[in-house]
Write a protein that binds this ligand. Structure first.
Ligand SMILES: [Zn+2]
Length: 54
């Protein structure tokens, strides 16, 4: 599955809600099923400095 197809499937499936986050350390944007950014670490650099991406 391509990234675009995966995003589309996630957007269209409210039973599998994900949240978009951005790492303040390295700028990586990623998705997580955790609703609270305090519970999320960056998958690239493992930083805990995460905020919600718009
Ligand atoms: Zn990072």
């Amino acid at each position: 599955m391509s990234l675009v197809e995966k995003v589309r499937s996630l957007v269209g499936d409210e039973d599998d809600e994900t949240y978009r986050y951005e790492c303040e350390n390295c700028g990586n944007e990623f998705e997580s099923q955790a609703p609270n950014p305090n519970d999320v670490d960056c998958p690239m650099c493992e930083s805990g400095r995460i905020h919600t991406a718009l």
